[in-house]
Design a protein around this ligand. Structure first.
Ligand SMILES: Nc1ncnc2c1ncn2[C@@H]1O[C@H](COP(=O)(O)OP(=O)(O)OP(=O)(O)O)[C@@H](O)[C@H]1O
Length: 307
């Protein structure tokens, strides 16, 4: 029998008064995948994650989670939106014990020490949450979700407040979970976060899906990018760039020796060949934003302008 997708959305719409937060969302997420949900502020990411967690109900459309229509609080789903709900006056361990009890489990056998270790909070297990940094709260929220052994983990901006080491640790936890079959859906404003963790992503803009699929497809899309070009002879490089086919000088970035040019890759190749032929050394040539970020910006700006 075919495994049902972890999430299947068709025409999902959610309004808050006059505001259309989600506008006919179609989405498929396969089980065991880490799927990124990315988009600018107000795109509808939190609203969609909230629906998956059963915190709100769609006005229209059909939403299936783990093979069943979403009806009330979905079984097998855990996570948080807008930061984890924690008791500040309790310790990390007591927060998890309270949660285990709430789920009808014996706190002594619920695996609290294991999840604390997994998210790297063993050393502060008996400290009150009131003194925790944002990053520590995020980790404790993840531990709370792990305690319920979810089949679908839903996380809103889980990297918020994490330092680079913390982010790496959390990414490791999520990667291991997915390898063991848990589906993870997480939101971020940042394409680099999504790129580090996810093979597939959905880009939302003003409540609509503007892309959904493998990141490789997004980055492979043939588009012009802006490149910083630093050479040994800036004046000559500028003259050659002006003459070269398919090269547009976007901006003199203020410093004498750097030029920003917009081009497709073949035109850029031709410019480099001309520079070398003219004995101008190329000291730096790199896109000003990553190809994925450029695709994200182009898609979301397009959607904003057609609003
Ligand atoms: N409870 C609510 N009441 C009224 N409007 C809401 C509510 N929740 C969300 N909205 C509106 O719905 C739209 C989508 O908001 P949402 O929080 O889902 O976006 P987001 O992509 O998560 O944004 P951000 O990245 O800023 O968190 C926004 O215009 C927001 O103002």
């Amino acid at each position: 029998m075919e495994t049902p997708p972890a999430i299947r959305a068709r025409g999902v719409t959610k309004c808050f008064g006059e505001v259309i937060a989600l506008d006919g969302i179609d989405l498929d997420v396969a089980q065991g995948q880490i799927h990124g949900l990315v988009g600018p502020n107000g795109a509808g990411k939190t609203t969609l994650l909230g629906l998956l967690l059963g915190l709100a109900v769609a006005d229209e459309g059909r939403l299936e989670v783990l093979g069943a229509p979403l009806d009330g609080t979905p079984g097998g789903v855990a996570g948080f939106v807008d930061g984890p709900g924690l008791y500040p006056s309790l310790t990390a361990r007591k927060n998890l014990a309270a949660l285990a009890t709430l789920h009808g489990r014996d706190a002594r056998t619920a695996g609290i020490d294991e999840v604390l270790a997994e998210v790297g909070l063993t050393d502060v297990a008996d400290d009150r949450v009131r003194g925790f940094s944002l990053g520590m709260r995020q980790r404790l929220g993840l531990a709370a979700a792990l305690l319920t052994n979810p089949r679908l983990l839903v996380l809103d901006e889980p990297s918020n407040g994490l330092d680079p080491a913390g982010k790496k640790h959390v990414h490791g936890v999520l990667t291991k979970l997915a390898a063991d079959g848990t589906t993870v859906v997480l939101s971020s404003h940042r394409m680099d976060d999504i790129e580090a963790l996810c093979a597939e992503a959905t880009i939302l803009a003003t409540g609509r899906v503007v892309f959904s699929g493998p990141l490789s497809k997004l980055s492979a899309e043939n588009r012009e990018l802006d490149y910083r070009l630093r050479t040994s002879a800036p004046g000559e490089a500028r003259r050659l760039a002006l003459d070269a086919p398919g090269i547009h000088i976007v901006d003199d970035v203020g410093t004498q020796d750097v030029l920003v040019v917009r081009a497709h890759v073949p035109a850029l190749d031709e410019l480099v060949t001309r520079l070398v032929r003219a004995e101008v050394a190329v000291r730096e040539l790199a896109p000003t934003v990553s190809p994925l970020e450029a695709a994200f910006l182009a898609l979301t700006e397009q959607q904003e302008s057609t609003r």
